[in-house]
Design a binder for this molecule. Sequence first.
Ligand code: PMP
Length: 378
Amino acid sequence: MNASDSVLNLVRPDILALSAYRSARKEAKGGRVWLDANENPKTPAASLPSETLAKDGRMNLNRYPEPQPAELVAQLAALYGVAPAQVLVTRGSDEGIDLLLRTFCRAGQDAILITPPTYGMYVVAAGIQGASTVTVPLIRDKNFALDAAAVLVAVLAAPKPSGEGGTPEVKLVFLCSPNNPTGGLLDRAAVLSLVQSLATRAIVVVDEAYVDFSGQPSLAAEISANPNLIILRTLSKAYGLAGARVGTIIADPAVIAVLQKVIAPYPVPSPVLTAALAALAPAGLAAARNSVETLIAERARLAAALAKLPAVKRVWPSDANFLLVEVADAAKAMAAGRAAGVIWRDRSKDAPHSIRITVGTAEENNATLEVLSRPELL
Ligand code: PMP
């Protein structure tokens, strides 16, 4: 059995056995008269922006788009330094999380493992799929470090094959690096050793939504040697395309092939494709690099200025585009922000007295500083 096969053993057996839906745009290539997909020959609405009627056909909105547009897949593969066969384009990484749950976890039998405090969608996606959730907290006293040994113990504690003894089998370990809402990167060596220790037992999903702001390399290059590693990336943050919904699952080609069976037939709408290709063209990439540099500089300025305010007790180190900030009174701070029209996220349920502040423009960050410097917040 090769390494990819052992990862496929973790896939829900009914999904492995499923025949994929064959959409029209998957089956046919290179025609002249397209009468295979029950489309309208034209888009009747005249009020659509003129670029929606472009000559290259890409934005012909009357046509279904390519299921996985080859040009976008190639650009994303180049951007992330992986092979096109390791790439699946999704509607944001939120869809990636949901797809992984549905592909690997059997309802009522399997589990995911999360390391709180962390991104809330993992547990929601697990709940929707009927999978349970095992938790192994990050170590707060060590800057919210990963407790890799405890994660390993928790996964190996589950019996195999699953279901026996009534303990769910952990199929997916979700690690978020840099972590939301704490902001720090997880230790690369600790993550990799966990991936290796779990090789045939579980998939390790590393959500790298914020890695562009860390100055550190992605773990994606490690997938070729470790087929049980899956990386999630997104254009929502560093590329400023949250509204376009473009996420990427990077995984072993055998895993990508299975995920293709589960994803909706046309997840990349034509206007989204156009926006994503523009963002990934050389000028778009250069602009994104500038934006990331500016946000990193603003993060440093904001963190230093916040740390001097009497109402701020602690600013956690951040490798992301936000700061987790412990304040004297989170509810008071949130209310003062709201009254001033400045909206942050209350994260006091995740970390005591803490709010999460996104790094914005210099003016926006000044607005944050102005509100949090008010004496009534003490
Ligand atoms: N992962 C993490 C850690 C996030 O914080 C977010 C956005 N809040 C997402 C994934 C989802 O991002 P998107 O669906 O926009 O790609």
